[in-house]
Design a protein around this ligand. Structure first.
Ligand code: G3P
Length: 217
């Protein structure tokens, strides 16, 4: 399973990259705004910097919602760096845009997926990734993990190459359950990834080893 970090924060991206387990980065307009990025030039520069820090696929989301504008914007984003993946919302014009980019060999990530039918449409349009939002489904008392399972079955039935990129991760348990179901990728805030490290018996065991190591001289 690939690990992407879901942030536009350069320090967190660098920390995850330095850890040696990072396979890519996802961003969205809300995450970019959180970093105070504003204006076309600043946005393009920020993506360029992310590509210089992190290896692997870097999802950059279009801000527009019409076919023509998404094509223009997506082509500008794709020109920044070969690792850029154009992130397109799950709307009718988005499906057309996914097909356009697929035909041109530009990688895409279809975002805001909340149903198996949406994932199927995006895969048929040639999306490289679909991003089902687990946490936001859980937030409204719908089991987000069921959606990952449904998409896994459908994609396996028809051998779609589209990768399931589980997004809106809220906890280490989301990551573990995604791995059990067979999501291809998780994109997560840094703290949920780092929380995978923790176990009280590891801390207790290490404290004992350190104490006993002192006795060894
Ligand atoms: O990047 C898309 C997704 O991961 C957003 O997560 O926490 O805003 O629901 P969240």
């Amino acid at each position: 399973m690939k690990f992407f970090i879901d942030t536009a924060n350069l320090e967190q991206i660098k920390e995850a990259q330095d850890l040696g387990i990072l396979d890519g980065v996802t961003t969205n307009p809300s995450l970019m705004a959180k970093e105070g990025i504003s204006g076309k030039e600043a946005i393009l520069n920020h993506y360029k910097t992310i590509c210089e820090i992190a290896d692997g696929d870097i999802s950059a989301e279009v801000l527009s919602t019409t076919y023509e504008e998404m094509i223009k914007e997506g082509e500008e984003l794709a020109a920044i760096h070969p690792n850029i993946v154009v992130k397109i919302p799950m709307i009718k014009d988005g499906i057309k845009a996914l097909k356009y980019f697929s035909n041109k060999g530009i990688k895409t990530n279809c975002t805001l997926i909340f149903s198996a039918g949406q994932a199927l449409l995006a895969a048929k349009a040639g999306a490289n990734y679909v991003s089902p939002f687990l946490g936001r489904l859980d937030d409204i008392s719908v089991d987000g993990m069921n959606l990952i399972e449904e998409i896994r079955i459908i994609f396996d039935n028809y051998m779609f190459d589209t990768e399931i990129l589980a997004a809106s991760i809220r906890s280490p348990m989301h990551i573990i359950n995604c791995a059990k179901i067979g999501a291809d990728v998780i994109t997560s805030p840094l703290d949920s990834i780092l929380n995978l490290l923790n176990h009280p018996l590891t801390d207790k065991g290490l404290a004992q080893f350190v104490a006993d190591a002192k006795k060894l001289g």
